[in-house]
Design a protein around this ligand. Structure first.
Ligand code: PLP
Length: 382
């Protein structure tokens, strides 16, 4: 475990993001997506804060294991906990966890629905159905609705706890007249709900909007819930062009800053070899070693990373090592470094981490989820 290098998480920024989200979507309840260790921020502290300080009462994880950790770690807190995908309904041991830990499985196939309805243990679980409205990932298909209705009726089920669907692409511009993906998907979702209601089913909750849709105020009015992930951690999920043309209604801040420190620094000359494999320095400069490497999640892929310190910009040079990386700063920066100085790889400005993502052609989700366990998550209120 690192000591000084850490992902610092400011919980008051999460609070402020939540306030802004409520302004944006004031008629919807929030199902906070905390997949993959709350997008790398640590599920238990994030959920504890979200329940006790923000009053959020529904969370969605992807795996049963994470859901069990949450229930075991926060036994006194009341909240609904959905598991989206990593489910094994054939497994009795697994199903017992669903019951004992009050976990709501998101049912995405007719096959799994049958298993639930035919299981003595699970047949009274609140039914949460996910529909595939064109993404071709997980979800009951539009063409299967008749079969679904027949199956539910055969088991005397007329009440659906939650129906949901997911957008394939809400990071691009959503417009009614272009008839593009999200718009068509949402039309189909509304049609599915209508058919279910016409067939006598009651729907307690429904949701479709994730961050990109929420930012564009799409799929909000008719649904009881929204399912934000990235947005609450402070980042827009819109693509770069859309963000910069101010199509986002989001003004939240990144809840995390990624901090590391200077291990060593010295002046080098153009042509000096640097680190493993000995690539040559393209110019004179100050070589600065930071305590962050691929063992922390910074794969060599991130070779365009730039870091600022005291107004100087350093760029990665040579191969990133397991425990450290070298940055080449201008020679004049030398007087501004001390061993042990804290250096921020990103700060709370959303643009910093978003530009790292853009520059490396990844999405910010990947960067956050890639931070390894060796990096401590430190929680602050300021
Ligand atoms: C089913 C579902 N809903 C909502 C979300 C949240 O998405 P975002 O982080 O873009 O808001 C995800 C994210 O993976 C998801 O899989």
């Amino acid at each position: 475990m690192r000591f000084k290098t850490c992902l610092k998480i400011n919980l008051n920024k999460l609070k402020e993001n939540y306030r802004k989200l409520r302004e944006l979507a004031n008629s919807n309840k929030v199902l906070f997506v905390i997949k993959s260790n709350a997008y790398g921020h640590g599920i238990v502290p994030i959920v504890r804060f979200a329940v006790t300080e923000l009053g959020i009462d529904s969370f969605g994880s992807a795996s049963l294991g994470e859901a069990i950790i949450l229930r075991t770690s926060l036994p006194d807190l009341q909240f609904d906990l959905y598991v989206f995908s990593d489910l094994e309904f054939e497994n009795e041991y697994h199903n017992r966890h669903l019951i004992n830990k009050r976990i709501i499985p998101v049912i995405s196939t007719i096959r799994n629905l049958k298993l639930i309805l035919e299981s003595d243990l699970c047949k009274y679980i609140p039914l949460c159905l996910k529909f595939d409205t064109g993404m071709n990932r997980l979800g009951i298909k539009y063409a299967e609705i008749e079969e679904l209705i027949t199956l539910l009726k055969a088991h005397n089920k007329s009440s659906l706890f939650h129906v949901m669907s997911h957008f394939a692409s809400s990071s691009s511009k959503i417009t009614e007249d272009s008839g593009n993906g999200p718009y068509k998907q949402y039309q189909q979702f509304k049609e599915i709900k209508k058919i279910l209601i016409q067939n006598g089913f009651t729907i307690e909750r429904s949701s479709m909007a994730n961050s990109g849709a929420i930012e564009q105020k799409f799929a909000l009015e008719e649904e009881t819930h929204i399912r934000p992930g990235l947005l609450l951690y402070g980042l827009s999920s819109l693509n770069k062009e859309l963000r910069s043309s101010s199509n986002s209604n989001w003004s939240g801040e990144n809840i995390s800053s990624l901090e590391t420190h200077v291990i060593d620094f010295y002046k080098i000359k153009k042509g000096d070899p640097i680190g493993y494999g000995g690539p040559l320095s393209p110019r004179d400069g100050t070589l600065v070693y930071l305590a962050y490497g691929y063992g922390d999640g910074l794969l060599n892929f991130y070779n365009k990373l730039k870091v600022e310190h005291c107004g100087f910009v350093g760029e990665i040079i040579g191969r990133i090592s397991m425990d450290l990386m070298a940055l080449l700063f201008p020679t004049e920066a030398h007087n501004h470094f001390n061993a042990g100085d804290t250096v921020l790889i990103w700060d709370h400005t959303p643009n910093k981490i978003l530009s790292i993502a853009d520059e490396h052609r990844v999405i910010p989700y990947e960067i956050l989820c890639g931070i390894s366990d060796r990096v401590p998550r430190v929680y602050t209120l300021s």
